[in-house]
Design a protein around this ligand. Sequence first.
Ligand code: ZN
Length: 470
Amino acid sequence: MRSRRIAVLALTGVLALSACSPDEPPPMHPAPGASGGGDPYFPDDGNGGYDALDYHVDVGYDPASGRLDGDTTVTAKATQDLSSFNLDLRGLDVASVDVDGQPARFTREKQHELVVTPSGPLRAGSTFKTRVRYSGVPAKTPHEGGPENGWAKTEDGGAYLVGEPHSASFWYPVNETPRDKATFSVTAHVPEGWTVLSNGREQGNTTKDGKTTTTWTEPNPIASYLTTIAIDKFTVKRSALPDGTPIVSAYAPGAEAREATGDRLPEVIAFLESKFGPYPQSAAGGIYLDEDIHFSLETQTRPTYAKWAEILTVVHENAHQWFGDSVSLNSWSDICLNECFASYAQWLWGEREGQNLDDRYRAAIEITRGSTDFWAQKLVDMGQEHLFQGVYDKGILAMHALRRELGEPAFATLLHDWVTQHRGANGTWAEFEKLVSRVAGRDLSGFLADWFKGTKLPADRNLYPGALRP
Ligand SMILES: [Zn+2]
């Protein structure tokens, strides 16, 4: 009996040993990460195989020559065993790539793929740091995405960057998809006399040997197209929201007269908080350019404004700090989750100023009723070539109709719950539809389909819901 017992114990001991031996990790099956992030409209954007956690971008910029010297470290977690992986970078010459301090091989492919092969495979679940050193004159005009995405120079020699969906890859290597949000910081070196603005909180600046170094940190996850940098001889104004959140607003030469608009930011944010809940960002402010660009952009914590921007633009871009920035889309086909909400915020601001939104809505319906083109615009799943169409006008009417269909308490709950449930993360249209029906306490998929996915004037019962019913 005894010997047999010992034999059994010995056997189980051997089995246990082989199951959890610390010096024999499970075998790896390394494969290249995908070269696209999976967005149906922009399949090549972003990459697969890892989750970017943090970017630290160190750049020197010389306004006289337009040259940028970059040294970016991307901290990421492998989501598969990786033999190689991609970052997105447009133009610029790459001098070296290191992974965890070891030199890595790299190639450039297609328009923006930087393919990195580390000295050894990376295990799924491991965190790794990729350091890329690069330089050159950043590109202004991309091959895709419109002429105003990319690095742009101002007449007085400054530079700025805004672009949706592409902009980050013009100045640092990035997983360029809003599906992969990460924390972000910038340390920038410019000649003395120039000022650098970016996202988040200012960490002070120092000047030595004719160079000024400034660091900005954004502790909340940020989608890459919402990162920015602006270099100019700015007039900078600093203040704070009532809770202490720092406000930094910068006015480019020629834009100083816009300070009166910029100074209203606390009033705008307080109003938006009354509708959407607490301001979700680490900092606030604005970058007021003197540039005649066609759009302003909700760059996180600190929107970038074209010269024509006025108070309603400030309302719109700051509404995005909840809708688009804190809660980011997962697919570009869901752009209404950003733009329908931010555009409706402009109507909410009008209501605050005494406008009757039901009258405004009825008048807009009468004006557009006969326009098949207007009603043909889909607000969701519109197709890549129709991205950004309809969401700024038909989208406002859809939001007002939804508000009347739900009634005031449920509409307020909808806005609050959406930004609370997805804060600092992503949300999809399908999730939004589910939330609408939940707060309504009934299935509203027919109403939502008619308004947001329909291609003609909604049925009368959906066009005039609730208090809008004549
Ligand atoms: Zn917008």
